[in-house]
Design a protein around this ligand. Structure first.
Ligand code: AHG
Ligand code: MN
Ligand code: MN
Length: 350
């Protein structure tokens, strides 16, 4: 007889019994997972659900705080997550990539001890072309004594996360979760409507021959990134001594899911176009939750110059350069940055 299936509910109850999470965090994760199921249904309907295309009216696109045009599904997914998480009593406040500021839980509901941050729909440029998109979330503790959290209360480094995860809406819908004791993958059983544990303790191989980057930005990159990717492209004959393959979905969730499954390095480095903003990807909604998952799976995550989870955030929508995935490959990318910076710091010879 095959072993019994472990649902997300059972997995979380067992985590609670083992003393790794409390009942309120268990409830919080269940609610986020439920919201992701609702988003998955909307994504799955595609054109039949009238959910494709831009938000706003023709000639008057709706623009979010990031300065990016919103898709209908960005707005819908944000509303689904807000509504699902308002009333449960487990949260003190929420922050979203799609909202200018964080929101405390409305006064009509009890407030709990956690803060939830999310990228409601990641990979928006892929919505209209039927390629995987996802939802990313991160959970922090509300600071002691704070009952009505403001933006400043969310500015905690990634090491303070108590849970993080993502849901990928691809050929199958999967939830990948960490509460600090490994990264675990659940697949949605669409008939039953529940997430079922399909990989306990994901492990990212330390070595890889696969990298993910938007190569069209190459000429805008900094020197160390040029040198690093230049060496990857030289393959067997070059200093790295092996041929590399490349993949780029342009949905971080899908690219990171591939890396958690079979290894690789994902990077969105600093380039001269995004440098004034600090990078392309958002620290609080994208880089931190993904870095927590990747570290829990034995990988590494860095800005190129600092461990990602150690970055002290200065703003809710702060952007950062990102390198994450197979440990030894991330270390290699970091080495190129360190060597370049060391050379740049040397006094010029007289
Ligand atoms: P979002 O859809 O939430 O704005 O995020 C898109 C991000 C990320 O998912 C992806 O890795 C990257 O932007 C794609 O960037 P390019 O369009 O430059 O390839
Ligand atoms: Mn995103
Ligand atoms: Mn998004």
């Amino acid at each position: 007889m095959s072993p019994p299936q472990i649902s997300l509910t059972r997995f979380l109850i067992e985590e609670e019994r083992a003393g790794r999470i409390g009942a309120d965090l268990r409830l919080l994760i269940e609610v986020v997972a439920r919201a992701c199921k609702t988003i998955s249904i909307a994504v799955g309907k595609g054109a039949l659900g009238g959910v494709l295309g831009d938000a706003g009216t023709a000639g008057n696109a709706s623009i979010n705080v990031q300065g990016e045009a919103q898709k209908k599904l960005d707005v819908l997914s944000n509303e689904i997550l807000l509504e699902a998480n308002a009333w449960g009593g487990h949260l003190a406040g929420l922050a979203s990539e799609e909202m200018d500021h964080s929101q405390p839980i409305p006064d009509v509901y009890p407030r709990g001890n956690y803060l939830l941050l999310f990228d409601p729909l990641d990979g928006s440029s892929n919505i209209d072309v039927n390629i995987s998109v996802g939802t990313i979330f991160s959970v922090l503790r509300c600071p002691e004594g704070v009952t009505t959290p403001s933006d400043a209360d969310f500015l905690q480094p990634g090491t303070a996360q108590v849970a993080a995860g993502y849901c990928t809406y691809g050929p199958s819908t999967m939830l990948v979760l960490t509460v600090g004791s490994g990264a675990h993958a659940f697949t949605l059983d669409r008939e039953v409507g529940s997430f079922v544990l399909t990989t306990r303790g994901m492990r990212i191989p330390e070595e890889t021959k696969e990298f993910a980057v938007n190569m069209s930005n190459q000429r805008f990159w900094e020197a160390p990134m040029q040198a690093y990717v230049g060496d990857l492209l030289e393959g067997k004959e070059g200093p790295r001594g092996k041929d590399f393959n490349m993949r780029w979905v342009a949905s971080m969730v899908a690219d990171v899911h591939r890396i958690l499954t079979r290894g690789g390095i994902f990077s969105y480095p600093l380039d001269s176009k995004c440098a004034p903003k600090g990078g392309k990807l958002r620290l609080m909604y994208e880089a931190n939750p993904m870095s927590f998952l990747v570290e829990q799976a034995g990988g590494a995550a860095s800005t190129g110059r600092q461990r990602m989870l150690d970055v002290q955030p200065s703003g809710l929508h702060q952007r950062v350069p990102v390198f994450l995935g197979s440990k030894h490959e991330v270390e290699a990318a970091v080495r190129y940055h360190a060597e370049h910076d060391a050379r740049a710091a040397q006094p010029a010879l007289a």
